[in-house]
Ligand binder design. Structure first.
Ligand SMILES: [Zn+2]
Length: 380
Protein backbone atom coordinates (compact mmCIF):
# COMPACT_ATOMS: atom_id res chain seq x y z
CA UNK A 1 0.00 0.00 0.00
CA UNK A 2 2.77 2.36 0.89
CA UNK A 3 5.39 1.38 -1.64
CA UNK A 4 5.76 3.01 -5.04
CA UNK A 5 9.55 3.05 -5.38
CA UNK A 6 12.41 0.64 -5.88
CA UNK A 7 15.88 1.93 -5.07
CA UNK A 8 18.16 0.30 -7.63
CA UNK A 9 21.55 1.82 -6.94
CA UNK A 10 23.28 4.28 -4.66
CA UNK A 11 26.37 6.01 -5.99
CA UNK A 12 29.61 4.96 -4.28
CA UNK A 13 31.06 8.46 -3.98
CA UNK A 14 28.03 10.63 -3.42
CA UNK A 15 24.44 10.41 -2.27
CA UNK A 16 23.13 10.12 -5.87
CA UNK A 17 20.57 7.37 -6.46
CA UNK A 18 18.92 5.55 -9.36
CA UNK A 19 15.54 3.96 -8.91
CA UNK A 20 12.12 3.31 -10.34
CA UNK A 21 8.67 4.67 -9.43
CA UNK A 22 5.89 2.13 -9.89
CA UNK A 23 2.75 4.20 -10.49
CA UNK A 24 -0.83 3.60 -11.71
CA UNK A 25 -0.06 4.86 -15.22
CA UNK A 26 3.26 3.08 -15.70
CA UNK A 27 6.81 2.89 -14.37
CA UNK A 28 9.10 5.90 -14.24
CA UNK A 29 12.88 5.68 -13.98
CA UNK A 30 14.63 8.10 -11.63
CA UNK A 31 16.24 10.58 -11.29
CA UNK A 32 13.44 12.37 -13.11
CA UNK A 33 12.57 15.92 -14.04
CA UNK A 34 8.80 16.53 -14.31
CA UNK A 35 7.48 19.16 -16.74
CA UNK A 36 4.78 21.37 -15.23
CA UNK A 37 1.34 21.31 -16.83
CA UNK A 38 -0.18 24.06 -14.73
CA UNK A 39 -3.74 24.09 -16.08
CA UNK A 40 -3.86 20.68 -17.74
CA UNK A 41 -1.36 21.25 -20.53
CA UNK A 42 2.38 21.78 -20.89
CA UNK A 43 2.30 25.33 -22.22
CA UNK A 44 2.85 25.65 -26.00
CA UNK A 45 3.22 21.84 -26.42
CA UNK A 46 0.90 19.01 -27.48
CA UNK A 47 0.73 15.69 -25.60
CA UNK A 48 2.21 13.95 -28.67
CA UNK A 49 5.26 16.18 -28.40
CA UNK A 50 5.62 15.46 -24.67
CA UNK A 51 5.28 11.73 -25.33
CA UNK A 52 7.82 11.87 -28.13
CA UNK A 53 10.24 13.29 -25.56
CA UNK A 54 9.44 10.17 -23.50
CA UNK A 55 8.14 11.98 -20.41
CA UNK A 56 6.07 9.62 -18.28
CA UNK A 57 5.22 11.82 -15.29
CA UNK A 58 4.08 15.43 -15.40
CA UNK A 59 2.85 17.89 -12.80
CA UNK A 60 -0.58 19.48 -12.49
CA UNK A 61 -1.38 22.43 -10.24
CA UNK A 62 -4.23 21.80 -7.82
CA UNK A 63 -4.77 25.53 -7.21
CA UNK A 64 -5.24 26.35 -10.90
CA UNK A 65 -7.24 23.22 -11.77
CA UNK A 66 -9.53 23.85 -8.81
CA UNK A 67 -10.29 27.37 -10.04
CA UNK A 68 -10.52 26.32 -13.70
CA UNK A 69 -11.93 24.02 -15.09
CA UNK A 70 -13.07 23.15 -11.52
CA UNK A 71 -14.54 20.11 -9.83
CA UNK A 72 -17.76 19.86 -11.86
CA UNK A 73 -15.99 19.57 -15.20
CA UNK A 74 -13.38 17.13 -13.89
CA UNK A 75 -16.11 15.04 -12.26
CA UNK A 76 -18.02 15.05 -15.54
CA UNK A 77 -14.99 13.70 -17.40
CA UNK A 78 -14.05 11.33 -14.58
CA UNK A 79 -10.72 12.99 -13.88
CA UNK A 80 -7.88 14.90 -15.50
CA UNK A 81 -6.40 11.97 -17.45
CA UNK A 82 -9.63 11.42 -19.36
CA UNK A 83 -10.36 15.16 -19.73
CA UNK A 84 -6.94 15.97 -21.21
CA UNK A 85 -6.28 12.56 -22.88
CA UNK A 86 -2.86 12.43 -21.15
CA UNK A 87 -2.74 8.75 -20.24
CA UNK A 88 0.57 8.72 -18.35
CA UNK A 89 1.23 9.71 -14.74
CA UNK A 90 0.25 12.99 -13.09
CA UNK A 91 1.59 14.38 -9.82
CA UNK A 92 -0.41 17.23 -8.31
CA UNK A 93 0.95 19.79 -5.90
CA UNK A 94 -1.34 20.81 -3.05
CA UNK A 95 -2.07 24.34 -4.15
CA UNK A 96 -0.39 25.56 -0.98
CA UNK A 97 2.47 27.27 -2.77
CA UNK A 98 0.09 29.19 -5.07
CA UNK A 99 -2.24 30.14 -2.23
CA UNK A 100 0.71 31.69 -0.42
CA UNK A 101 2.46 33.19 -3.45
CA UNK A 102 -0.29 34.24 -5.90
CA UNK A 103 -3.29 35.29 -3.91
CA UNK A 104 -3.62 38.95 -2.90
CA UNK A 105 -5.83 37.87 -0.02
CA UNK A 106 -5.49 34.86 2.26
CA UNK A 107 -6.35 34.04 5.85
CA UNK A 108 -4.70 31.01 7.42
CA UNK A 109 -6.07 29.26 10.47
CA UNK A 110 -5.30 25.86 11.94
CA UNK A 111 -8.41 24.60 10.18
CA UNK A 112 -7.42 25.68 6.63
CA UNK A 113 -6.88 28.69 4.39
CA UNK A 114 -9.33 31.16 2.83
CA UNK A 115 -7.94 32.81 -0.29
CA UNK A 116 -8.96 35.06 -3.16
CA UNK A 117 -8.90 33.57 -6.66
CA UNK A 118 -6.13 34.91 -8.88
CA UNK A 119 -8.66 34.82 -11.74
CA UNK A 120 -11.57 36.89 -10.42
CA UNK A 121 -10.94 37.64 -6.74
CA UNK A 122 -13.71 35.26 -5.56
CA UNK A 123 -13.16 33.69 -2.13
CA UNK A 124 -12.36 29.98 -1.71
CA UNK A 125 -11.51 27.71 1.18
CA UNK A 126 -8.92 24.92 1.22
CA UNK A 127 -8.63 22.43 4.06
CA UNK A 128 -6.29 19.42 4.12
CA UNK A 129 -9.36 17.23 3.56
CA UNK A 130 -10.84 19.26 0.68
CA UNK A 131 -7.48 19.30 -1.14
CA UNK A 132 -7.18 15.50 -0.95
CA UNK A 133 -10.79 15.19 -2.14
CA UNK A 134 -10.06 17.44 -5.11
CA UNK A 135 -6.84 15.59 -5.97
CA UNK A 136 -8.93 12.43 -5.87
CA UNK A 137 -11.31 14.08 -8.37
CA UNK A 138 -8.29 14.88 -10.55
CA UNK A 139 -7.16 11.27 -10.26
CA UNK A 140 -3.59 12.24 -9.34
CA UNK A 141 -1.12 9.37 -9.33
CA UNK A 142 0.90 11.18 -6.66
CA UNK A 143 -0.86 13.64 -4.35
CA UNK A 144 0.77 16.35 -2.30
CA UNK A 145 -0.90 17.46 0.94
CA UNK A 146 -1.83 21.06 1.77
CA UNK A 147 1.16 22.78 3.35
CA UNK A 148 2.07 26.26 4.50
CA UNK A 149 4.98 27.74 2.57
CA UNK A 150 6.99 30.60 4.02
CA UNK A 151 9.44 32.84 2.14
CA UNK A 152 13.15 32.90 2.98
CA UNK A 153 14.21 34.83 5.03
CA UNK A 154 11.52 34.85 7.69
CA UNK A 155 11.51 34.92 11.50
CA UNK A 156 12.14 31.66 13.30
CA UNK A 157 8.85 31.72 15.20
CA UNK A 158 6.81 32.16 12.02
CA UNK A 159 8.74 29.35 10.29
CA UNK A 160 8.19 27.08 13.29
CA UNK A 161 4.47 27.77 13.41
CA UNK A 162 4.14 27.06 9.66
CA UNK A 163 6.16 23.86 10.00
CA UNK A 164 3.95 22.61 12.84
CA UNK A 165 0.79 23.57 10.98
CA UNK A 166 2.04 21.74 7.87
CA UNK A 167 2.59 18.62 9.97
CA UNK A 168 -0.85 18.79 11.61
CA UNK A 169 -2.41 19.26 8.18
CA UNK A 170 -0.45 16.23 6.96
CA UNK A 171 -1.95 14.00 9.65
CA UNK A 172 -5.44 15.09 8.51
CA UNK A 173 -4.47 14.65 4.83
CA UNK A 174 -3.26 11.12 5.52
CA UNK A 175 -6.51 10.20 7.25
CA UNK A 176 -8.56 11.57 4.36
CA UNK A 177 -6.32 9.78 1.82
CA UNK A 178 -6.73 6.47 3.65
CA UNK A 179 -10.51 6.86 3.89
CA UNK A 180 -11.30 8.30 0.45
CA UNK A 181 -8.56 6.91 -1.78
CA UNK A 182 -7.09 3.73 -0.33
CA UNK A 183 -10.46 2.45 0.91
CA UNK A 184 -11.74 2.64 -2.69
CA UNK A 185 -8.85 0.38 -3.69
CA UNK A 186 -7.16 3.15 -5.65
CA UNK A 187 -3.37 2.93 -5.63
CA UNK A 188 -2.74 6.66 -5.76
CA UNK A 189 0.07 7.78 -3.51
CA UNK A 190 0.38 10.52 -0.90
CA UNK A 191 3.74 12.14 -0.17
CA UNK A 192 4.59 14.13 2.95
CA UNK A 193 6.17 17.59 2.63
CA UNK A 194 9.11 18.58 4.83
CA UNK A 195 9.13 22.30 5.71
CA UNK A 196 11.14 24.34 8.20
CA UNK A 197 12.42 27.21 6.08
CA UNK A 198 16.21 27.80 6.41
CA UNK A 199 16.37 26.60 10.04
CA UNK A 200 18.14 23.27 10.30
CA UNK A 201 16.60 22.31 13.66
CA UNK A 202 13.12 22.91 12.22
CA UNK A 203 13.99 20.95 9.08
CA UNK A 204 15.22 18.07 11.25
CA UNK A 205 12.11 18.07 13.41
CA UNK A 206 9.86 18.28 10.35
CA UNK A 207 11.72 15.41 8.65
CA UNK A 208 11.56 13.17 11.74
CA UNK A 209 7.87 13.77 12.40
CA UNK A 210 6.88 13.53 8.72
CA UNK A 211 8.79 10.32 7.98
CA UNK A 212 7.35 8.66 11.09
CA UNK A 213 4.02 8.61 9.24
CA UNK A 214 5.50 6.03 6.84
CA UNK A 215 4.11 7.59 3.67
CA UNK A 216 4.97 6.37 0.14
CA UNK A 217 7.39 9.29 -0.47
CA UNK A 218 8.67 12.60 0.84
CA UNK A 219 9.03 16.04 -0.65
CA UNK A 220 11.36 18.85 0.33
CA UNK A 221 9.24 21.99 0.17
CA UNK A 222 9.89 25.65 0.75
CA UNK A 223 13.18 25.88 -1.14
CA UNK A 224 14.04 28.02 -4.16
CA UNK A 225 12.00 30.78 -2.51
CA UNK A 226 14.64 33.46 -2.10
CA UNK A 227 17.60 31.71 -0.42
CA UNK A 228 21.05 31.52 -1.99
CA UNK A 229 21.93 28.32 -3.81
CA UNK A 230 24.41 27.06 -1.22
CA UNK A 231 21.76 27.28 1.51
CA UNK A 232 19.42 25.25 -0.67
CA UNK A 233 22.12 22.63 -1.36
CA UNK A 234 23.07 22.47 2.34
CA UNK A 235 19.48 21.86 3.44
CA UNK A 236 19.01 19.09 0.84
CA UNK A 237 22.25 17.42 1.93
CA UNK A 238 21.28 17.74 5.60
CA UNK A 239 17.94 16.02 4.96
CA UNK A 240 19.46 13.03 3.12
CA UNK A 241 20.21 11.14 6.35
CA UNK A 242 16.81 11.95 7.81
CA UNK A 243 14.66 10.48 5.02
CA UNK A 244 14.46 6.68 4.78
CA UNK A 245 16.68 5.41 1.97
CA UNK A 246 13.96 3.27 0.43
CA UNK A 247 11.51 6.17 -0.07
CA UNK A 248 11.54 8.53 -3.08
CA UNK A 249 12.61 12.13 -2.42
CA UNK A 250 11.06 14.96 -4.40
CA UNK A 251 12.55 18.46 -4.46
CA UNK A 252 9.71 20.85 -5.29
CA UNK A 253 10.08 23.75 -7.69
CA UNK A 254 13.70 23.29 -8.78
CA UNK A 255 14.71 22.57 -12.39
CA UNK A 256 17.76 24.39 -13.73
CA UNK A 257 20.32 21.94 -15.16
CA UNK A 258 23.00 22.82 -12.60
CA UNK A 259 20.51 22.56 -9.72
CA UNK A 260 19.28 19.16 -10.93
CA UNK A 261 22.86 17.84 -10.79
CA UNK A 262 23.56 19.35 -7.37
CA UNK A 263 20.26 18.06 -5.94
CA UNK A 264 20.72 14.55 -7.35
CA UNK A 265 24.24 14.52 -5.89
CA UNK A 266 22.58 15.10 -2.50
CA UNK A 267 20.06 12.27 -2.75
CA UNK A 268 17.08 13.77 -4.66
CA UNK A 269 15.11 11.49 -7.06
CA UNK A 270 12.43 13.79 -8.47
CA UNK A 271 12.26 17.48 -9.41
CA UNK A 272 9.84 19.84 -11.15
CA UNK A 273 9.93 23.44 -12.27
CA UNK A 274 8.17 25.80 -14.66
CA UNK A 275 11.54 27.32 -15.52
CA UNK A 276 12.50 25.25 -18.63
CA UNK A 277 9.26 25.94 -20.49
CA UNK A 278 8.93 29.53 -19.28
CA UNK A 279 12.54 30.19 -20.34
CA UNK A 280 11.71 28.68 -23.75
CA UNK A 281 8.70 30.96 -24.17
CA UNK A 282 10.97 33.89 -23.33
CA UNK A 283 13.57 32.93 -25.94
CA UNK A 284 16.13 31.12 -23.73
CA UNK A 285 17.45 27.64 -24.41
CA UNK A 286 19.85 25.20 -22.78
CA UNK A 287 23.04 24.02 -24.45
CA UNK A 288 26.10 22.10 -23.35
CA UNK A 289 27.75 25.51 -22.98
CA UNK A 290 25.10 27.07 -20.78
CA UNK A 291 21.85 28.92 -21.27
CA UNK A 292 21.61 31.03 -24.44
CA UNK A 293 19.19 33.60 -25.85
CA UNK A 294 17.76 33.12 -29.33
CA UNK A 295 17.53 36.94 -29.55
CA UNK A 296 21.33 37.09 -29.78
CA UNK A 297 22.68 38.57 -33.04
CA UNK A 298 25.10 35.63 -33.38
CA UNK A 299 22.18 33.44 -34.50
CA UNK A 300 21.04 35.80 -37.27
CA UNK A 301 22.67 33.77 -40.05
CA UNK A 302 23.27 30.56 -38.09
CA UNK A 303 22.69 27.41 -40.14
CA UNK A 304 23.25 25.29 -37.02
CA UNK A 305 20.53 23.81 -34.81
CA UNK A 306 20.04 25.19 -31.28
CA UNK A 307 22.26 22.38 -29.98
CA UNK A 308 24.26 20.12 -32.29
CA UNK A 309 24.04 17.23 -29.79
CA UNK A 310 20.25 17.37 -29.48
CA UNK A 311 17.93 15.23 -31.58
CA UNK A 312 14.66 16.92 -30.61
CA UNK A 313 12.12 17.98 -33.24
CA UNK A 314 13.39 21.59 -33.17
CA UNK A 315 17.07 20.63 -33.54
CA UNK A 316 16.49 17.89 -36.14
CA UNK A 317 14.51 20.15 -38.46
CA UNK A 318 15.34 23.84 -38.08
CA UNK A 319 18.24 26.25 -38.03
CA UNK A 320 18.80 28.64 -35.16
CA UNK A 321 18.43 31.47 -37.66
CA UNK A 322 14.88 30.35 -38.56
CA UNK A 323 13.83 29.90 -34.90
CA UNK A 324 15.29 33.36 -34.11
CA UNK A 325 13.24 34.80 -36.96
CA UNK A 326 10.06 33.12 -35.67
CA UNK A 327 10.72 34.41 -32.15
CA UNK A 328 11.42 37.97 -33.30
CA UNK A 329 8.24 37.87 -35.38
CA UNK A 330 6.20 36.87 -32.36
CA UNK A 331 5.26 33.52 -33.91
CA UNK A 332 3.98 31.10 -31.27
CA UNK A 333 5.76 28.25 -33.05
CA UNK A 334 9.03 29.65 -31.69
CA UNK A 335 7.75 29.12 -28.13
CA UNK A 336 6.79 25.54 -28.98
CA UNK A 337 10.17 24.75 -30.55
CA UNK A 338 12.19 26.30 -27.69
CA UNK A 339 10.02 24.57 -25.04
CA UNK A 340 10.44 21.21 -26.77
CA UNK A 341 14.18 21.71 -26.96
CA UNK A 342 14.52 22.66 -23.28
CA UNK A 343 12.44 19.67 -22.19
CA UNK A 344 14.49 17.39 -24.48
CA UNK A 345 17.67 18.78 -22.92
CA UNK A 346 16.51 17.99 -19.38
CA UNK A 347 15.20 14.55 -20.36
CA UNK A 348 18.56 13.67 -21.88
CA UNK A 349 20.37 15.14 -18.86
CA UNK A 350 18.44 13.01 -16.36
CA UNK A 351 18.82 9.90 -18.54
CA UNK A 352 22.57 10.47 -18.71
CA UNK A 353 22.70 11.08 -14.95
CA UNK A 354 20.89 7.79 -14.36
CA UNK A 355 23.28 5.80 -16.57
CA UNK A 356 26.26 7.50 -14.90
CA UNK A 357 24.95 6.53 -11.44
CA UNK A 358 24.36 2.93 -12.54
CA UNK A 359 27.91 2.80 -13.94
CA UNK A 360 29.47 4.43 -10.85
CA UNK A 361 30.77 7.48 -12.69
CA UNK A 362 28.22 10.11 -11.65
CA UNK A 363 30.73 12.42 -9.96
CA UNK A 364 32.91 12.57 -13.11
CA UNK A 365 29.82 13.14 -15.26
CA UNK A 366 28.65 15.95 -12.98
CA UNK A 367 32.00 17.73 -12.98
CA UNK A 368 32.38 17.43 -16.77
CA UNK A 369 28.87 18.72 -17.36
CA UNK A 370 29.22 21.69 -15.01
CA UNK A 371 32.68 22.63 -16.33
CA UNK A 372 31.30 22.76 -19.85
CA UNK A 373 27.99 24.38 -18.84
CA UNK A 374 29.71 27.26 -17.07
CA UNK A 375 32.30 27.77 -19.80
CA UNK A 376 31.87 29.90 -22.89
CA UNK A 377 31.74 27.94 -26.16
CA UNK A 378 34.70 29.86 -27.59
CA UNK A 379 36.86 28.72 -24.68
CA UNK A 380 36.20 25.09 -25.40
ZN1 LIG B 1 16.86 20.27 -29.32
Amino acid sequence: MNKCFNLEKRSKNSKARAGKLILPHGEVETPIFMPVGTTGTIKACTWEQIKELDYKLILGNTYHLYLRPGKEVLDHFNGLHNFTTWDRNILTDSGGFQVFSLSDFRKVTDEGVIFASVIDGSKHYFTPESVIQFENTIGSDIMMPLDECTPIPIDYDIAKKAMNRTFNWLIRSKKEWEEKVLNSNKMHYLFGIIQGNRYFDLRKLSAIKTTELDLPGYAIGGLSVGEDKQTMYDIIEFLDDLIPLEKPRYLMGVGKPEDILEAVARGVDMLDCIFPTRAGRNGSFFTKYGQKSIKNMSYKFSEQPLDSECNCYACKNFTSSYIRHLFRSGEITAMTLLSIHNLAFLKRLTENIRVAILEDRFEVFKNDFLNSYHQKESEY
